[in-house]
Design a protein around this ligand. Structure first.
Ligand SMILES: NC(=O)c1ccc[n+]([C@@H]2O[C@H](COP(=O)([O-])OP(=O)(O)OC[C@H]3O[C@@H](n4cnc5c(N)ncnc54)[C@H](OP(=O)(O)O)[C@@H]3O)[C@@H](O)[C@H]2O)c1
Length: 265
């Protein structure tokens, strides 16, 4: 057995991969991981400067120049253009990674409909739309989809209501379309991270002190005694997208240091 046969994650070499949320955090980490594995990348994010920095990290590793398809995915035209440009550039699509998402603090008492709509539009509606437009192309290549969900989709936490609901929807979306597409040999899975060190919590309103306290608390709330790193999620995404997982579909995989098995706190 050659080393390549032994590590089937190397099947991602030459695979055309569209990654959303590629300008920051988990999506950026996945982009760099896929670049290391030789994938051909189409990258979406809103912040073109950050997206360009991630693309440079990829090319510095020897990867082919990624195609940048920037824009807000709640805009339906952006979604259509993202798919059309990717297909026009590469001629096909093998892998879709849906990582774009937002967190918002709000309970049934403090949240409002505007917050609910914003979270659902980014975290669910845009994922539904983008995936729908990618599916015909993924059927042609017998490709795979990995959605970035959250432990918040599997467990209930107070104070992040719309976010928890959005991630439950993504897990159900993942399981349903895995069944719908299985006969066409398209696999669909999600990763469900615990707390991962990215900008998402500060963007949701935590200041530096609150964020430091939150990370400290992760020592108790995660069985492994710490929050996770972007690269640890990127490894799981690469596994689920690649031929290392050819008999796995419809799985919502916890990547959370044992968080899903612990009491909510
Ligand atoms: N970090 C965690 O603890 C954690 C845990 C569980 C799940 N997750 C999930 O992981 C995913 C990535 O989050 P992250 O932690 O990497 O957060 P992040 O660093 O804040 O990155 C979020 C990404 O989503 C993009 N994005 C947000 N709204 C968008 C929109 N309307 N259109 C297009 N792109 C948009 C952002 O683009 P711009 O920056 O260019 O605006 C950015 O690239 C999310 O789905 C999140 O729910 C995170």
């Amino acid at each position: 057995m050659t080393s390549e046969e032994g590590f089937k994650v190397t099947s991602l070499k030459g695979k055309v991969t569209l990654i959303t949320g590629a300008s920051s955090g988990i999506g950026a980490g996945a982009s760099v991981m896929f670049a290391k594995l030789g994938a051909l990348l189409a990258l979406n994010g809103r912040d073109l400067e950050n997206l360009t920095k991630v693309a440079k990290q990829c090319t510095d590793l020897g990867a082919a120049e990624p195609l940048l398809v920037p824009g807000d995915l709640t805009n339906e035209d952006t979604v259509k253009n993202t798919v059309e440009q990717t297909i026009a550039h590469f001629g096909r699509l093998d892998v879709l990674i849906n990582s774009a998402g937002i967190l918002a603090m709000g309970s049934i008492e403090t949240g409002d409909l505007a917050q609910y709509d914003k979270v659902m539009n980014v975290n669910v509606r845009s994922v539904y739309h983008l995936t729908q437009l990618c599916v015909p192309h993924l059927i042609k290549t017998k490709g795979s989809i990995v959605n970035v969900s959250s432990v918040n989709g599997q467990r209930s936490f107070p104070g992040v209501l719309a976010y928890c609901m959005s991630k439950s929807a993504i897990d159900q979306f993942t399981r349903c379309i895995a069944l719908e597409l299985a006969s066409k040999q398209v696999r669909v899975n999600s990763v469900c991270p615990g707390v991962i060190i990215t900008d998402v919590h500060r963007r949701a309103g935590l200041d530096e002190d609150q964020y430091a306290q939150f990370l400290e608390k992760c020592k108790q709330t995660h069985a492994l005694g710490r929050p996770g790193e972007v690269e640890e999620v990127a490894h799981a995404i690469a596994f689920l997208a690649s031929d290392a997982s050819t008999f796995i579909t419809g799985v919502n995989l916890p990547v959370d240091g044992g968080r899903h098995a612990m009491c909510p706190r």
